[in-house]
Design a protein around this ligand. Structure first.
Ligand code: KIV
Ligand code: ZN
Length: 513
């Protein structure tokens, strides 16, 4: 079987999703998990975009041991210098440079003619090649570019040293047959194409990203650029799990493989959702909550008799096993630490003490804890910025014949405060009270609640997005009680806003909070 290179751009194009935000610690955590997932290339970011991006790409390059780390750059020396500065410590660095090749982009955005674009692309690839042999060139908006021009620019950049040429469907405009034919055309009309790997990078504006990517692969592309959960600019990018599981499930006809450890797909999808705060739609292929749920009686009956009647993949294959009980209240510190190490966390002994204490508290409330619960606990208790406010006590009264009332005790910069308030529902009452106590002027822009793991005693996970005077912060909270999880998320968001206000130098990179 031939290999398809999986180029993961969750940390770059994925982070361009409206509302996706990751700080450096979270990006490192995700990159570590991507390595475990078995991707071939991690596109860690766009180093010239902001000092925060540069710092994160550099930190990932220093941490990741085996997988290639790519930094994105426009076709300018400044961008390429920054990209190289950020990835040079990686064991296998890649510079990924791009310029638009469609007439509409060249005329209106770049104000360059075709010859100038070819010249700029060639100079940039040559310049990047001075740093590393591993140079990828992307023709932005390739699917709307003149085909012969596309072949001409690919021929020129391959001569200049590009070893991967990428065909993006930047605006998600292509349809599968057409996109497959484009790849065939490029293969047939670029004389030196056998010196480079053809890559495809599709956006999902018409819901065709996975279909287009597979059509490109069938036509000979051997690199797929993808993101977990399909997050990305506008309607998102091709989703990693869909492409990988299509190649895996239909290997009989496609005859292609990837290096992905499929059992890491679900944990990675969870991690991305937890870090970005972007909830996976329940009917999302492969990783959605309903992807393996059978509702209709006839289906349930069939599955009970033989799972293959209605299941084309087994949940275990993507790491979603019903018997994944990890730890419980009798588990000791040693077992807890080994599980954390397996999950990729390397905590100091002080952090481990704090985490273990919280783990025991949670294990007292819930019989069994899954990996997702442990990860949520670490995200909330350990990888967090310093608290300005801490929730000490919450009592909420609500019901069909009661005015919802919340009593809240907070530790606010060392001062113990208590207050009570009302609302239209229990969460509103809690939020009104907390807002009154903290005097926040922030607006609640987004509120979402999901359950972390299945079952009646599942933990609720709440994500909020707060905005105040141009600052934006994400807050997350988990708890078996969703009102408490909501309070924790709100307070976490307020703590992040307070942190941003105390550190104005972080403003340039404010989306990272
Ligand atoms: O969609 C796109 O064209 C891109 C390029 C930078 C590869 O993301
Ligand atoms: Zn893109």
């Amino acid at each position: 079987m031939e290999h398809v290179t999986i180029f993961d751009t969750t940390l770059r194009d994925g982070e361009q999703s409206p509302g996706a935000s990751m700080n450096t610690a979270e990006k490192i955590r995700l990159a570590t998990q991507l390595e475990k997932l078995g991707v071939d290339v991690i596109e860690a970011g766009f180093p010239a975009a902001s000092p925060g991006d540069f710092e994160a790409v550099q930190a990932i390059s220093q941490k990741i041991k085996y997988v290639q780390v790519a930094g994105l750059a426009r076709t300018s020396k400044e961008d390429i210098d920054k990209a190289w500065g950020a990835v040079k410590d990686a064991s296998n660095p890649r510079i990924h440079t791009f310029i638009a090749t469609s007439d509409i982009h060249m005329k209106h955005k770049l104000q360059k003619d075709r010859e100038q674009v070819i010249q700029t692309a060639v100079e940039s690839v040559r310049y990047a090649k001075g740093f590393t042999d591993n140079v990828e060139f992307s023709a932005e908006d390739a699917s709307r570019s003149d085909r012969d021009f596309l072949c001409k620019i690919f021929e020129a950049v391959i001569d200049a040293g590009a070893i991967t040429v990428n065909i993006p469907d930047t605006v998600g405009y292509a349809i599968p047959d057409e996109f497959g034919e484009l790849v065939t055309y490029v293969r047939a009309h670029t004389p030196n194409i056998n010196k480079a790997v053809i890559s495809v990078h599709c956006h999902n504006d018409l819901g065709l990203a996975t279909a287009n990517t597979l059509a490109g692969i069938k036509a000979g592309a051997r690199q797929a650029e993808v993101t977990l959960n399909g997050i990305g600019e506008r309607a998102g990018n091709t989703s990693l799990e869909e492409v990988v599981m299509s190649l895996h499930t239909r290997r009989g006809i496609l005859n292609l493989n990837t290096g992905i450890v499929t059992t890491e797909i679900y944990p990675t999808s969870r991690l991305v959702s937890m870090i970005t705060g972007i909830v996976v739609q329940p009917n999302k292929a492969v990783v959605g909550a309903n992807a393996f749920a059978h509702e209709a009686g006839i289906h349930q009956d069939g599955v009970l008799k033989n799972r293959m009647t209605y299941e084309i993949m087994e949940p275990e294959t993507i790491g979603l096993a019903s018997n994944r009980i990890v730890l419980g209240k009798h588990s000791g510190r040693h077992a807890f630490r080994s599980r954390l190490n397996e999950l990729g966390y390397d905590l100091t002994s002080d952090e481990l003490d704090r985490a273990f204490l919280k783990f025991k508290e949670l294990a007292d409330k819930r019989k069994e804890l899954l990996d997702e619960d442990i990860e949520a606990l670490i995200a909330e208790e350990i990888l967090r910025i310093p608290d300005t406010y801490q929730l000490l006590y919450l009592n909420v009264v609500s019901g069909t014949a009661t005015v919802p009332t919340a009593t809240v005790r907070l530790l606010s910069e060392g001062t113990d405060m208590q207050n009570a308030g009302f609302g239209v529902g229990p969460i509103d009452a809690t939020y009104n009270t907390i807002a009154k106590m903290t005097g926040t002027e922030s607006k609640l822009m987004r509120f979402s609640v999901t359950s972390i793991s299945g079952g009646m005693d599942a933990q609720g996970e709440v994500t909020v997005r707060l905005q105040e005077n141009g600052l934006m912060a994400l807050g997350k909270g988990t708890d078996p009680d969703i009102i408490t999880a909501s309070a924790k998320a709100y307070i976490n968001g307020l703590n992040r806003l307070a942190y941003l206000k105390r550190n104005p130098s972080l403003k340039a990179d404010e989306r990272n909070l």
